[in-house]
Design a protein around this ligand. Sequence first.
Ligand code: SF4
Length: 408
Amino acid sequence: MTIIKSQLNIEENRDILKSHSDFYSYQFQLKNRIRGNDLYKYFELTDDEKKGISSTIRLNVGTTPYYLLLADPYNPKCPIRRLIIPTEDEAYLAPEESPDPLHEERLSVVKGLTRMYDDRVLLFSNQECSVYCRHCMRGRKVSFNEERMSKEDLDLCFEYLKNNPEITDVVISGGDPLNLSDARIEYILQNLEEIDSIKICRIGTRIPVTLPFRITNNLLKIIEKFNNDNLSIFCNTHFNHVKECTKDSKEAILKLLKVGVSVGNQCVVLKGINDSGEDMLALHRKLLEMRVRAYYMYDPEVIPGSRGFRTPLAKGLEIIEFMRGKIAGMGIPQFVNDLPGGGGKVTLSPNWYMGFHKKSRNHIFRSALRGTFHLSPEPVDSNYDSIYKEISDKDWEYYSKNSRDVFQ
Ligand code: SF4
């Protein structure tokens, strides 16, 4: 096999990164993040990728050495590579795309605080991340320094929370909140813990995926201190592909679990990256082994330059249909669409409920496991008939003939 010079350089450059004595220090990883213009040293870039890097209309390009080394240097279809390196698709704004499809800015009550629900808010704590994921739905803000949240900005958010005691649950997101300094994380958690009405704090972070070494003893001590009777801290992380589930990421998860933080996963269905039942099943099986429960699987948002990632709605349904019966329920995410226009999330399921037959008072279901039809009687004293989707006598005849259940 002939190895060309550029490949030799790529291998050498990767070896240099890997063999650095501080490789496992998160400070080294952050200081040595690789930007768009340097990606050619570690990847054999295609013309499509070169165009993407120079003309993306989305967030900046950058990755930790750790995450970069998980990506294939030669195969442009590698799922991790696709999450790091933009392609030319990212250079175009389609008419239906919007930088803020969920209306997070319109629903902002003070800078950095979005209130879509009565009892919950989203706190945008930080514009920085370890890796700038190409599919990021908050790409309008993330990676741009002018979006930085100052201490004064955060104080105004805390003030708002104090004055609105019906809010009990704060999602800290960004950017990645765990990219903040320990001192700033402590400041945020302490303030939330001191507000009597705040009971739940959910940290949205990709750190276990992109920079697991950031879960240091000091950070854990801070989290443990404020994960107490006043405040319950949860972590929602964001693995998209089984290739991201490494020994290092598992260690980071286990450390969070040890300080009482429950860890769930949110992923996005992404074209050519994880948009098959097999990919999602492999990911969620691995996540369960890592003791991470499935939470959400998002239908991709209609954000600028997203045509390379977006999948038909049916893909998500197909994936859930495929997974049901092959993994425990706690490994199956809820497929959600966060509605454009700030309508909040709705969950979607394959069509397993065929309907209700009034005369026989039976519901008919299709088994996700076997494809067979099954009957379940409504309680005799129920008066909810009118809200069920009604099944005609003709359909009833068909389903009941093909049903697995014994019925009269
Ligand atoms: S880590 Fe999260 S916020 Fe940051 S770029 Fe990735 S998806 Fe966006």
